[in-house]
Design a protein around this ligand. Structure first.
Ligand code: NI
Length: 184
């Protein structure tokens, strides 16, 4: 073997090694992102509970933005949606390609549904059901994470997309609550 060929082979094998390194690093980063997301989801109920404890009583049910939800409704909405999310994850565990039905509670429940909920019960339920959701996430097998479901409103729907979506959705509503508390 001449020196040139040896050189090329060495370069190629170095490139393969660094390629493998990159793959491993990406896997680790992905699993760190999963862990961070799971912990963020896990802590959402206590973040919400603490913020709700700061809400002045007169603001709780005030519709400060006409036609939009009040603080009480945003908080109860997070609790009301959690059973559906636990059910979706259960189906990802038990079915190969679960077909989901869009969740649009505003079309299916009376307008005062959230207003009629008891806030403290809702906050406790949110905490309990979210804990069960976290246990489900931690129980998902490698093969479950790779599953693809079908959701008519989304081009892709996987357990990862569901998990990330729930995280963003929590904070979207908590942001609305904070704005309603702080706005002059
Ligand atoms: Ni929502």
């Amino acid at each position: 073997m001449d020196d040139d060929r040896r050189d090329i082979i060495e370069k190629l094998s170095n490139r393969c090694e660094s390629f493998l390194d990159t793959e491993i690093r990406e896997d680790e980063e992905t699993s760190m992102a999963y862990e961070t997301m799971i912990q963020t989801l896990e802590h959402a109920p206590e973040i919400l509970k603490e913020m709700m404890a700061e809400v002045p009583a007169e603001l709780m049910r005030a519709h400060r933005i006409p036609g939009k939800w009040c603080v009480h409704e945003h908080a109860c909405h997070l609790a009301a949606g959690q059973p559906m999310l636990n059910e979706r994850l259960r189906r990802f565990m038990q079915e190969e390609h679960p077909q989901f039905v869009p969740y649009n509670p505003e079309n299916e429940t009376p307008n005062d549904f959230l207003l009629k909920m008891d806030l403290n019960t809702a906050l406790d339920d949110f905490e309990k059901l979210r804990k069960a959701f976290i246990r489900q996430l931690r129980d998902l097998k490698e093969s479950d994470w790779r599953k693809e479901g079908h959701h008519p409103e989304f081009s892709r729907y996987t357990p990862f997309i569901l998990m990330r979506h729930v995280m963003f959705h929590d904070h979207l509503h908590m942001y609305r609550i904070e704005s309603l508390i702080l706005m002059r």
